[in-house]
Design a binder for this molecule. Sequence first.
Ligand code: GDP
Length: 434
Amino acid sequence: MLRLSGPQSVAIASRLWSGRCGLAELPPRALALGQLCQTSGEVIDQECLAVHMPGPHSYTGENVVELHCHGGALCAQLALRALLAAGCRLADPGEFSKRAFLNGRMDLTQAEAVADLIRAGSEAALQLANRQLDGNFGRGITKFYQDLLMLLAEIESRLDFPEEDLEWQSIPQLTEQLEEIEQQLERCAASRRQGEILRGGIKLAIAGAPNVGKSSLLNAILGQERAIVSDIPGTTRDSIEVPVSIRGIPIHLIDTAGIRHGGDTIERIGIERTRKNLAAADLILWVMDASLPWQPQLLEQERPPGKVLYIANKADCLAEIPATPPTDFPDETLLYTCALDGTGLEPLYDAIEKFVWQGKSSLEIDFAVSERHCHSMQAAAEQIRKAMQQLEKETWELAAAALHQAISELGKITGQTLSDDILNQIFARFCIGK
Ligand code: GDP
């Protein structure tokens, strides 16, 4: 599908597409069948659907035309080339959404949600993006913005008309309202960790001694054969990384080369890479063979502290799965699994979920802010605190200046107060055609 936007889009598309009536005469937003040809007359696609969405009721707010060709790269490529020759240019990354923003079709938080939606690595991430796209978050921020403007107006009018006997709010009244906004902003900013996890996912490394079943466990998690499984110790020499979603959490699953000392040069390179992966991982599944003594498999010096879940795999080799870890085991949890039949995977997923959200419920949250949003919210909250201090001292001018700053920070979130440079940076994150 080729999408054109701008005042010339109907005129240019009409040079290539012809149907029973002209594009401009078609009822808006209705698909029509026609033929797509080069300007020289050569047919590109004998059957091409076209739709015309006149601005401002289109995604970008401009006149939009979509040409739906038959699939296949060549057809679309010829059509694209013909459109470029007829006067179009290629869109920049995110340019459709940027125009939608500039034309007031959506605020910046919604435009950012479009990028999140496209990149979503799990259903939970997708739902989060959809909720943000719905505009609730932007509306919440706009409400704070407007409330602060009202308070600022009141403070400034005291400066402008100090002699007038107007009905001013008392300082405690003003402070109470500011404090309420400040606290709500801080609460929202605290959802950043969840937002980062849902947007960027976490790195989960599977590590341990060779031959304990790391690759088998990865395959069991993925539900398909992705890694090479063999019974020769040291066969996973490279680290492989696969995206997977566990309990709604986007996860980059990394199978690492088994760690043992010695081995040949290639294996040693693999182990070096494993160490780097372990350092960078957010969580490590430390896999051991349940049928072997655990002490030698712990490889104490190889495990970064604070982010390890211990797995005793090959639990099928035990006569009975113990309810608790051995008394002298160094961690309170040890999860027994059998990678061959998937036993123990659900408790493992429970443990991953618990580790990632750290007891905070995640999936019911209405929104989870991004790093950019969090930064502006915290800066705004800081300025509000400054304003409150100044109010106490009745230094109205300084209080007003701080509120100006707070308002400007909030405006950056929805895009009301942002420089072109920053806007360009934000839209450069998008893929082309969005
Ligand atoms: P890695 O070197 O740690 O990646 O181990 P692999 O996944 O290559 O597995 C090594 C061997 O152990 C293979 O023969 C697997 O079939 C076997 N294996 C893996 N998981 C289990 C398990 O849960 N139970 C049993 N009985 N064998 C397993």
